[in-house]
Design a protein. Structure first.
Length: 314
């Protein structure tokens, strides 16, 4: 039997996806940072593929340390940690896991919106802590018939919009392009969208192009009655400015699945009642993580067998 090809694993895959990987490949686990130089040197002659995460900072140094590299198969639709231009320049292919997570991420965006505007997380604590015995919980903010501004109307943004229509919400969006055939109002200026909407949902890619897209100016345009939901990347929001805006009541509240320095979360957020947080779990269901893991493995196997990649990025 032919030897199994060597690959480097940048992290465990969910459920039985790791078994599928082991059946086909000899898997070398990525060690901690200080050991990586020697690790890559030891595998330089053998490794053509990485089972990877788009959040691992992957630039020319890693690519040059593995001169036989042909494919980086990422777990996740976002690949902001990977220098795709550097990969393309070296004819290294990158794949990600689009579409299979649209529904779960959209569900999470809606859940976060409901939780910050209707304060359901606080409501649960309110009952558990016996506060209801003393007084009813304060009134909340309606969601239905409100205006949702979507920053990044892509695959996931459109899935969020579909759900928001079920709440009879009006939808506007911002992106670099006015998308033909989309039945929602396009705002060429993000501040105009923020001013128009009641809740601003951020679902763009991360990376240099979108860094601090949501800054103090946008938060002020959203205003003291406006809510922010971020399911994109922590880097898309100017976090210190968001903290200042929340403290000063310049916006009404924020619901965040992602943070600038995950898994570290600023202590300021912990103390605020007008913040709801989740530990980057928008896609984290058994069903969706399995579909993502399978796609990662399917791309690796397709490449190994000389077939077309299922979900190429470049
Ligand atoms: P997508 O289909 O590529 O959509 C991205 C959207 O963002 C597009 O509508 C694009 O529109 C817009 N966009 C891109 N660059 C922009 C820029 N510089 N300024 C403004 N808008 C920009 O991607 P997707 O599959 O929906 O995923 C979007 C992102 O969600 C991922 O990259 C990832 O960062 C994040 N995500 C987070 C989680 C989580 O667990 N929280 C899970 C999955 C995904 P234009 O091209 O017209 O600008
Ligand atoms: C994952 C994500 O949590 O797909 C993405 O871009 O952010 C999430 O689905 C992440 O990629 C895996 O850790």
């Amino acid at each position: 039997m032919a030897a199994k090809p060597d690959i480097i694993s940048g992290g465990p895959l969910p459920l039985n996806c790791g078994d599928r990987l082991n059946e086909r490949f000899t898997v070398h686990k990525l060690p901690p940072e200080p050991e990586r130089k020697a690790f890559f040197a030891g595998l330089a002659d053998k490794v053509r593929m990485l089972q990877w995460s788009g959040s691992i900072k992957t630039g020319p140094e890693i690519m040059d340390a593995l001169p036989k590299l042909e494919l980086i198969s990422c777990f996740g639709v976002g690949y902001d940690g990977i220098d795709v231009a550097a990969a393309s320049a070296r004819k290294i292919k990158v794949t990600n896991t689009p579409d299979v997570l649209n529904d779960c991420v959209a569900d999470t965006a809606i859940a976060l919106m409901l939780n910050i505007m209707r304060r359901y997380v606080e409501a649960d604590r309110y009952v558990r802590e016996g506060k209801w015995l003393k007084a009813p919980q304060a009134l909340q903010t309606s969601v239905h018939h409100k205006k949702m501004g979507i920053v990044g109307l892509g695959r996931i943004g459109k899935t969020i919009a579909k759900r928001a229509l079920g709440f009879d919400m009006q939808i506007g969006y911002f992106g670099r392009n006015n998308q033909p055939g989309v039945p929602f109002r396009y705002f060429a200026d993000l501040a105009d969208l923020a001013r128009w909407c009641d809740v601003l949902v951020v679902i763009t890619p991360g990376g240099a192009e979108t860094k601090n897209l949501i800054d103090g100016r946008i938060l002020d345009a959203l205003g003291p009655k406006g809510y922010l939901v971020n399911v994109a990347r922590g880097s898309v929001v100017d976090e210190p400015e968001l903290i200042r805006a929340l403290k000063a009541g310049r916006i009404a509240g924020a619901a965040l699945d992602v943070f600038a320095d995950e898994p570290k979360v600023p202590a300021d957020f912990m103390a605020m009642e007008n913040v709801v947080m989740a530990p980057h779990v928008a896609s984290a269901t058994v069903e969706t993580r399995k579909a993502m893991g399978d796609l990662v493995v399917d791309n690796l196997i397709a490449h190994q067998e000389g077939r077309a990649l299922l979900t190429p990025v470049n």
